[in-house]
Design a protein. Sequence first.
Length: 377
Amino acid sequence: MKKNTLPLPLLGGITVDQFLKEYWHKKPLLIRQAVPGFQPLIPKAELFAMAARDDVESRLISFINQHWEMKAGPQEKLPLKEKKDWTLLVQGVNLHDDQADTLLRQFRFIPDSRLDDLMISFATDGGGVGPHFDSYDVFLLQAHGQRKWRIGAQKDLTLIEGMPLKILRNFKAEQEFILEPGDMLYLPPKYAHDGIAIGECMTYSIGFRAPSFQELGESFLHFMSDSIDLPGRYADPDLTASSRPAEISNDMLEQVGAEIAKIQFTDDDVLIFLGEHLTEPKPSVFFNGPEKPLTPKRFEQTARKNGIKLSRKSQMLYKGKHIFINGESFAVGKEDKICLNKLANDRQLDGSDLAAVSADAMEAFCLWYEDGWLEIR
């Protein structure tokens, strides 16, 4: 039986195929006890300390005198926990904690090219970020305390002007739920929702990437600028005198237009761009290699014995002969492709998996190890 046709407790006992067909991008799904007995993976004090770091993206949201305020991190000082109506959002917690990374990876029934990060929201009583919508799919897993969710499939997505947050002007709830620890709510893109803490609570948000075509188009043109090859220089040996010196001539337009029309791109160009773009680390991501790295020979011996694993910060994808990791790409032969595809899918390799890799692949693994992209298991 195929894995995607088996009931998945995380989805409330429905199969992945059923979820994708009936709910993904289509309608909400409330899952009671998606993770039975779930407890917060990170204590409050540790989460607050994480928010104070400059390599962690965080936001402090407050609702004061009927007005929303937002402060970007690092969060050196937080409001008193006894004070109501404030929320701390800590983005990319999976990049900094193994347990958070393991939880995020449970959602890999959605491809890595779409899976983004795990955000933790800590809120005091009444805290929230206002009625809003996201442009991407999201799973909202309750970790601690209770949160009341009001949701609606409204078409009116008009926002209140002058706010630091995207707050819906005319929010109309159609359904209301109270989530307990272990409960989870899935929402498709642009589904209006408003979550309000009942007492102190923590919610884990598993979000997905949905880049705009404008963003992709601009990034692709920048990517292609390195490969454009248009030799020669504009010239007009047959230039004639003009009585309108400020007018751009048709000859110039035609000549330049003809040269620009020579710029073409292939499916391979799009693939390499997309692989590098999707694996490019976010600006706040920094890799740390080992303080005392093994020599290449010792690394190979140890890797073949113990195996290797990707750093939780590493993003790795593949397609055909192309491998993409952390914004870089390269083509591989058939033997190495099997091993590298397995590393991308499983995010780790046993020592036995490395038996047949080429010297080039082992050299790449050693460089990735030195850069902090992968680790010895």
